[in-house]
Ligand binder design. Structure first.
Ligand code: NAD
Length: 498
């Protein structure tokens, strides 16, 4: 059985502890490997390797760093199938879905390859007689990323290309549930020609995270995961004087207006609700049809489609949805469905207890549709993070908007309508960071930045895109006067053009 090791300064290591955690194939329920669990000493070693690599890496001209990004892009394209298979083997998502994840990661590498122009500063001539001012953005030093299980390749690659392109060196602490993808990312960088020590990987759980948050040489932390941990990481990291961006959980609503094309809306809900078994922070988990007629028709369209979702392992090319990441996560989702029914929600399609021939021990749950979900129910307030779509019927548009604005999360949302006025009003008034107009999963492309509002995100910056350039650099502004032969004598008033 394979052991997934730390990679520190270009060297694979089992680290300072003998502790490991099993890694599973969620389709079979069998253990496929064991990941080493790092402690403070391993984070210290990784931070030291990153610190050692920083002077040479940050002095490498942005154009050369960009060229390495082009090489990384080529290597990732060449090995895309392997990347997808590696992540699916531990996560469970379908191969086609995994390839989509790789494509989105490639787009971040493409944006990072434009780093020479992203780092362009400003220059103002003659801000005062004989004085010019310019600003530039400089790297922070060693930065770290802590990532979730649900995009084991893409989320680390939301961070690493941008952080490295800006001239920083990196310590990654990936999810311990599907850790092999992180080590593959290291291999890809190595093949592309990145120097050792620029990317270091420490596996583990809370002890490794805490060591990162407290480490004096780590200047900034990017976190993606659940809201309670995001808030913890933000608070502890900031208390240690770091720059922190911490992206958290979600409960994403989609409003279906009475004038919407209901077939299109139902298709959108199927993909956005059940793709990747609902284990996406941008999954639509609540459909909000406006009016009884819209709701009845929508549920009638969805029910047979949800019941017919083809669930299977990632190796089955016809599967539309894979297993859940762990047995515990599957049981938690099943428990939430049961509790929702007790609260009064109507189970229209029940995915609990699904068994697949030949995969009897896999962590399966089928597509589930709940109708008549109400705002006070726990099933509505909680992020389920599984293939469960709740229908919450609203009387009118205003009630639907208030519902979304009152929810603790504000990651993504969508409206399906033909009414431009309603769509424009929605985009303006909704308290959510990423909004789709007839687009169910409005994940911004890599030239924009990703980030939610409210308790879906802590910190001022979005992830990847232009916001990442700001997060991973600090601004320096230089004001210059060259001797001109004019001597004015000492000036004791505050410098101004007055
Ligand atoms: P998680 O919060 O359990 O884990 C995320 C990371 O935090 C992992 O690396 C994990 O090892 C670490 N961690 C876990 N418990 C910890 C603790 N007590 N102390 C310190 N570190 C700890 O999240 P997950 O289950 O891996 O991922 C799913 C969650 O991530 C969902 O809530 C989902 O919405 C969210 N997510 C958000 C985004 C986004 O961009 N907003 C993207 C993807 C996933």
């Amino acid at each position: 059985m394979k052991t997934i090791k730390h990679i520190i300064g270009g060297v694979y290591s089992t680290g300072s502890t003998t502790e490991t955690q099993p890694v599973y194939n969620p389709a079979t329920g069998e253990q496929s490997g064991a990941v080493v669990l790092g402690a403070k000493a391993d984070v210290d070693a990784a931070a030291a390797a990153a610190l050692e690599a920083f002077p040479a890496w940050s002095a490498t001209p942005p154009a050369k760093r960009a060229r390495l990004m082009f090489k990384l892009h080529a290597v990732m394209n060449k090995r895309a199938d392997e990347i997808a298979k590696t992540l699916s083997a531990e996560h469970g998502k379908t191969h086609a879905d995994a390839l989509g994840e790789v494509t989105r990661a490639l787009e971040v590498v493409e944006f990072a390859a434009g780093i020479p122009s992203h780092l362009n500063g400003n220059f103002s001539a003659d801000v005062s007689p004989g004085i010019d001012t310019h600003s530039e953005r400089q790297p922070l030093g060693v930065v770290a990323g802590i990532t979730p299980f649900n995009f084991p390749s893409m989320v680390p690659l939301w961070m690493i290309p941008m952080a490295l392109a800006c001239g920083n060196t990196f310590v990654l602490k990936p999810s311990e549930r599907d850790p092999s993808s992180a080590n593959l990312i290291y291999d890809l960088l190595k093949e592309a020609g990145f120097p050792d020590g620029v990317l270091n990987i420490v596996h583990g759980g809370k002890p490794a995270v805490d060591a990162i948050l407290d480490h004096p040489d780590i200047q900034a932390v990017s976190f993606v995961g659940s809201t309670p941990i995001a808030q913890y990481v933000y608070t502890r990291g900031c208390a240690a004087g770091k720059r922190v961006q911490a992206l958290g959980g979600a409960k994403n609503h989609m409003i279906i207006m009475p004038d919407a094309d209901l077939d299109q809306a139902a298709d959108a809900l199927m993909g956005a609700g059940f793709g990747s078994a609902g284990e996406r922070c941008m999954a639509i988990s609540v459909a909000v049809p406006i009016g009884k007629d819209t709701a009845d028709k929508l549920v009638a369209k969805l029910a047979p489609q949800v019941a017919a979702i083809k669930v299977g392992p990632s190796t089955d090319a016809s599967a539309e949805m894979g297993p859940i990441i762990t047995r515990e996560a599957r049981d938690r989702i099943a428990g939430l469905i049961g509790a929702g029914a007790k609260e009064g929600a109507k189970i229209v399609v029940d995915g609990r207890g699904l068994k697949l021939q030949g995969y009897e021990n896999g962590f399966w749950i089928g597509g589930t549709l709940l109708d008549h979900v109400l705002p006070h129910m726990n099933i509505y307030k909680t992020e389920i993070f599984g293939p469960v779509l709740s229908v919450l019927r609203a009387d009118d548009y205003k009630q639907a908007v208030d519902l979304i604005n009152d929810h603790e999360y504000g990651n993504g949302t969508a409206i399906f309508t033909r009414d431009g006025d309603a769509a424009r009003d929605f985009a303006k008034r909704i308290k959510v960071g990423m909004v789709g107009i007839n687009v169910p999963i409005p994940v911004p492309v890599a030239t924009h930045s990703f980030g939610g509002w409210k308790r879906s995100s802590f910190g001022a910056h979005g992830i990847y895109g232009p916001e990442a350039v700001h997060f991973y650099t600090r601004l320096k502004t230089v004001t210059t006067r060259w001797p001109t032969g004019i001597r004015k004598g000492a000036e004791f008033t505050f410098p101004s053009n007055g």
